[in-house]
Design a protein. Structure first.
Length: 104
């Protein structure tokens, strides 16, 4: 029996634009609900680079491994959603994504 905790939630996809032209481009994220972020922070302990926590994520029919990152601006962890997932799951900015997430 596995003791991996899985979190299910829905949240809108939002765009982050680089302010530095040298880092041009847009990144897309989903913000984790505060209660989920609190549990992940407690379960994961000290994060790695930038306070990141490795996770496995499923959105629709797409599953991948990535990291969630703490965001001081949003006061929660944020989940990057790569282009291949956005295309496969027909997600646009503002679209609510249904997410299943577990710590790796």
């Amino acid at each position: 029996m596995s003791n991996v905790t899985t979190y299910d939630f829905a949240a809108p996809l939002w765009r982050w634009e680089a302010k530095d032209e040298a880092k041009s481009g847009a990144w897309f994220f989903v913000s984790l609900p505060f209660d989920v972020a609190d549990e992940i922070e407690a379960a994961a302990g000290p994060g790695k680079g930038f306070g990141s926590v490795r996770v496995e994520v499923t959105v629709g029919g797409t599953t991948w491994r990535t990291s969630v990152f703490p965001s001081g601006e949003r006061r929660t962890y944020v989940l990057p959603v790569k282009k291949a997932v956005r295309v496969a799951e027909r997600l646009d900015e503002g679209t609510e994504a249904t997410v299943r997430l577990s710590i790796v």
